[in-house]
Ligand binder design. Structure first.
Ligand SMILES: NC(=O)c1ccc[n+]([C@@H]2O[C@H](COP(=O)([O-])OP(=O)(O)OC[C@H]3O[C@@H](n4cnc5c(N)ncnc54)[C@H](OP(=O)(O)O)[C@@H]3O)[C@@H](O)[C@H]2O)c1
Length: 312
């Protein structure tokens, strides 16, 4: 997005306007980019997904970095029949800038046909997934690796295995995804956790508000996914927006997606955004959302919606 000053100068809003957070020792702008949408059109990670045009996907990644994005979220299981998110990142952005932080996740797995397979649970399987990410990204260490889980059972063995890979220098920092406060406490007894990546957003999972704040109090980044898609989840944004979101969007002259992002960033300086899109216009709008300042009245209105209309 561009803005024009009274002197007629046009400036582009970049991700630096969203402020900074440090993941362990790695500073990032708070507006980042999620790559789950890039290998295919539509969101779904399914065997028959329609591959996205390769040049268009590469262009979105390069534009994101041009706009100051230096935190990119990915996974080896983000692929369609012809495209892999990690390969696209490697082709578009290597040799990587010193300030680029790539966060990946391990645990979930898909077989070569694209069907979901059993989660990696053993140290050997997790090591294999870490090495797969290293090969695809063309790196000799990973900046941040999230252990992505399902369920409520102990993560000690799995997180311990990743902590050993961190000690061995394959991973710089560790995070968690889809976890409870109990999982976070269990992991922290084993090794430092720099981020929690959970489903959360305006009108979604208000029961986790305290967890979001608790992460901040502990100096841990909270990185919500589906902050725009909200109830649409993997299928993507539905376009159906509550009147409160539409009213605030209109007041700022932006779309509802930007208000959803701005609201999440207003939950604390430790909250980062990783919006996913294959649309260059949406990318620019999402980056510009990092500069939006919501008034107290607007936050009150949106907080009320968040508490009353929560899903997920
Ligand atoms: N840890 C986990 O379990 C997990 C799970 C899911 C996702 N993730 C990560 O989180 C990232 C974000 O999640 P996400 O990509 O699914 O959802 P999202 O960022 O909440 O929303 C993406 C959806 O919103 C649309 N959109 C994006 N910007 C828009 C704009 N400015 N205006 C209107 N529509 C807009 C996209 O369509 P267009 O392409 O048309 O813009 C897409 O339908 C993923 O890319 C992935 O890296 C992690």
């Amino acid at each position: 997005m561009t803005s024009t000053s009274s002197a007629g100068t046009t400036t582009t809003v970049t991700a630096t306007a969203s402020g900074r957070w440090t993941l362990g020792d790695l500073p990032v702008n708070r507006i980042g980019f999620g790559t789950m949408r890039l290998p295919q059109t539509g969101g779904a990670l399914v065997p028959d997904a329609v591959p996205r045009d390769r040049d268009a996907a590469l262009a979105v990644l390069r534009r994101a970095v041009d706009l100051g994005v230096n935190h990119i979220d990915t996974a080896a299981f983000y692929f369609s029949p012809l495209r892999s998110a990690n390969e696209l990142i490697n082709s578009a952005l290597a040799p990587y800038a010193d300030d680029l932080v790539i966060t990946t996740k391990v645990g979930p797995a898909r077989d070569l046909t694209g069907q979901w397979a059993a989660h990696a649970r053993t140290p050997e399987a997790l090591r294999g997934q870490v090495e797969e990410n290293l090969r695809q990204l063309g790196r000799d260490h990973l900046d941040v690796v999230n252990l992505r889980i399902v369920g409520t059972d102990s993560i000690a063995e799995r997180f311990g295995a990743l902590a050993e890979l961190r000690q061995a220098g394959l991973i710089r920092h560790l995070g968690l995804s889809n976890v409870t406060p109990a999982h976070l406490a269990e992991a922290q007894a084993i090794a430092p956790v720099v981020c929690v990546q959970n489903r959360y957003g305006l009108g979604m999972r208000s029961k986790d508000d305290a967890f979001v704040q608790d992460c901040g109090a502990q100096g841990i980044a909270f990185v919500p996914y589906y902050a725009i898609a909200a109830a649409g989840g993997e299928a993507g944004a539905t376009g159906a927006e509550p009147a409160e979101v539409l009213a605030v969007a209109q007041a700022h002259g932006v779309g509802p997606a930007e208000i959803r992002l701005a609201w999440t960033l207003h939950q604390g300086p430790h909250v980062l955004a990783i919006p996913g899109t294959g649309d260059p216009g949406h990318l620019a709008a999402n980056v510009a959302a990092g500069a939006l300042s919501l008034s107290e009245d607007e936050l009150k209105l949106l907080d009320g919606l968040h508490r009353s209309a929560t899903t997920g």
